[in-house]
Design a protein around this ligand. Sequence first.
Ligand SMILES: *Cc1c(COP(=O)(O)O)cnc(C)c1O
Length: 336
Amino acid sequence: MPVADPECVISLNETVTPILPVPRLGRHFGLEHLFVKDESRLPTGSFKARGMAMAVTKAREFGIKKMAVPTAGNAGGALAAYAARAGIKSWVFMPEDTPAINKMECVQAGARTFVVNGLIDDCGKIVAQGEKEKDWFNVSTLKEPYRIEGKKTMGLELAEQFEWNLPDVILYPTGGGTGLIGMWKAFAELIELGWLEKSGLPRMVAVQASGCAPIVRAYDAGMRFAKPWEDAHTFAAGIRVPAAIGDFLILDAVRESGGFAIAVDDDVIEAARLRVARDEGLLLCPEGAATYAAYLAALADGRVRADERAVLFNCATGLKYPMPAAGEALDLANPA
Ligand SMILES: *Cc1c(COP(=O)(O)O)cnc(C)c1O
């Protein structure tokens, strides 16, 4: 990690997150080699803590006083918390339909929180303007160099947890793509250090929702850059990113790794979420559930084999996304 002054480290204890097997799902479907990397246990309930801990630490080193971010939700919550801990002022801009809990956690941590009538790229434009006019430091995805360094820890942990024999496939819910790009960077650095073999790299799979799938569309069309997605919609807010600034970095990593990009429908994501909660006691976030849905689709079309070790990323706690079980009211007359 590029920390120059350990005195400046701002941390809420970004713990190593567990890799959970899913034995009951495995028994149902013959999936013996499926694992969930459960990022829900991180501070502020999402993996955004990994990046923001690093970004705020560096900001403190540089004496930055004001930080601003456009967010689909969790990046705002994480910036608000780490900035509060560092005594730095923060500004957060989020689309109207961001989950209520994300809005509240930002307000609670003292961030100047604004709800924008638009999508995350509209929020990004406001932050870019404030960068020029208000002296805000812009912490947008990939507009500053340190969040990605923090995200590398996901790749480092995987290498350690799988005892330097990485899984065959990683399915990652892809919005701005920092997680996927960060892991890929971590693997490249481990190869350079001689701690990993290039032949042992996993296939990286970018998972998106069908209502917002710019990376999947570009992948399928053989393009290196992704055209912005019109009318983006999905209840998986973390992957509702119509235009990713690092589109080519995501697509390069996916292709270099021999992976692919895949989209799943919201109703399938919702059903996947219920299945995993009921079979494994694991309440995934919608984005995490999308990776399970994508895994099943990839098994069905042969792009992943059941005997391959696959890791799903659950990037946030499901508790941030309360929703009734679709179409299943409790039957009080028949409580059994
Ligand atoms: C931010 C976020 C994502 C997308 O992560 P990127 O690395 O930016 O692609 C996925 N899921 C959740 C819950 C998120 O908060």
